[in-house]
Design a binder for this molecule. Structure first.
Ligand code: ATP
Ligand code: MG
Ligand code: ZN
Length: 249
């Protein structure tokens, strides 16, 4: 049997009951206390499948490290705005830019901050698109079904879909992506996408995001997301490598 807590250990907001009275628009409501929400929050964060490598990512730890790159500060500011406004902002984010510019870092930072701070606690998920495709392909020989993998991504309140347009785009993969994006679009759910592909490729012959994901998906993203571009250098090569005294200096 759980021992009763001493008075000094009890939550000062609810006295240990787990419930508080709040007033909203002149009406008194009973709400779950913050102290009872902490366990729920922790469990939801564990279920969000954020890769270990990115769990340290926050907006504070996103450095404006290159003074010649105005897109760093602009992107961080816009992601902060997105977090502050959530969930009333309605639009998601489309983080575009080349390799190592911090897109996944910012996407995960937003997801984690929202899941840690917003009340009531909400369900969120991280998914890497190429890993998702592989996972679904593997279920063809196994007991799981693709629906079981896809449905949580459709239902989750806030989704990070990383690496949009990466990997092999077979008709089957395109249909899958369309189904996921379109269902979230129809339900008005908020999604943060990241992609290496741009709308205006600089090099001739380079594919655009529309080439990679089809016009019908790109078109929906205009409505679903605010576009943020990171145009700078590869943080991995410029900062992480030189810090280890390796490649660069
Ligand atoms: N401005 C920054 N401040 C601090 N860390 C950063 C910054 N930009 C990137 N990083 C770190 O560098 C690594 C690479 O960043 P990230 O994975 O977010 O890049 P990306 O744009 O998603 O790259 P890719 O296109 O290869 O997926 C990560 O460990 C990330 O935390
Ligand atoms: Mg990335
Ligand atoms: Zn409490």
């Amino acid at each position: 049997m759980a021992e009763a807590k001493a008075d000094s250990e009890k939550c000062t907001l609810c006295g240990g009951t787990g419930w508080t009275l709040v007033e909203e628009d002149g009406v008194e409501l009973v709400r779950r206390c913050e102290c009872a929400e902490e366990g729920v929050r922790r469990r939801l964060l564990e279920q969000a499948r954020i890769p270990a490598r990115y769990r340290h990512c926050t907006l504070e730890s996103f450095e404006i490290w290159n003074p010649n790159d105005p897109t760093l500060a602009k992107a961080r500011r816009s992601v902060q705005e997105f977090v502050d406004l959530y969930p009333s902002g309605e639009k998601g984010l489309l983080l575009m830019g080349s390799v190592g510019t911090g897109k996944t870092h910012l996407a995960v930072a937003a997801l984690q901050q929202i899941m840690r701070e917003k009340r009531p606690p909400l369900r969120g998920r991280f998914a890497d698109f190429t890993a998702l495709v592989l996972e679904i392909q593997m279920t063809f020989d196994g007991p799981g079904s693709s629906r079981e993998i896809l449905q949580p991504l459709i239902d989750t309140e806030l989704l990070v879909l990383d690496e949009l347009g990466a990997g092999k785009s077979t008709p089957w993969v395109m249909d899958l992506l369309y189904y996921l994006v379109n269902t979230r679009y129809l339900e008005g759910r908020v999604t943060i996408f990241t992609t290496n592909f741009s709308d205006f490729p600089k090099r001739t012959g380079e594919e655009s995001l529309t080439d990679r994901v089809s016009h019908r998906i790109r078109s929906r993203l205009y409505e679903m997301c605010r576009r943020l571009e990171l145009r700078g250098l590869d943080y991995r090569a410029e900062r992480l490598a030189s810090r280890e005294g390796g490649l660069h200096r």
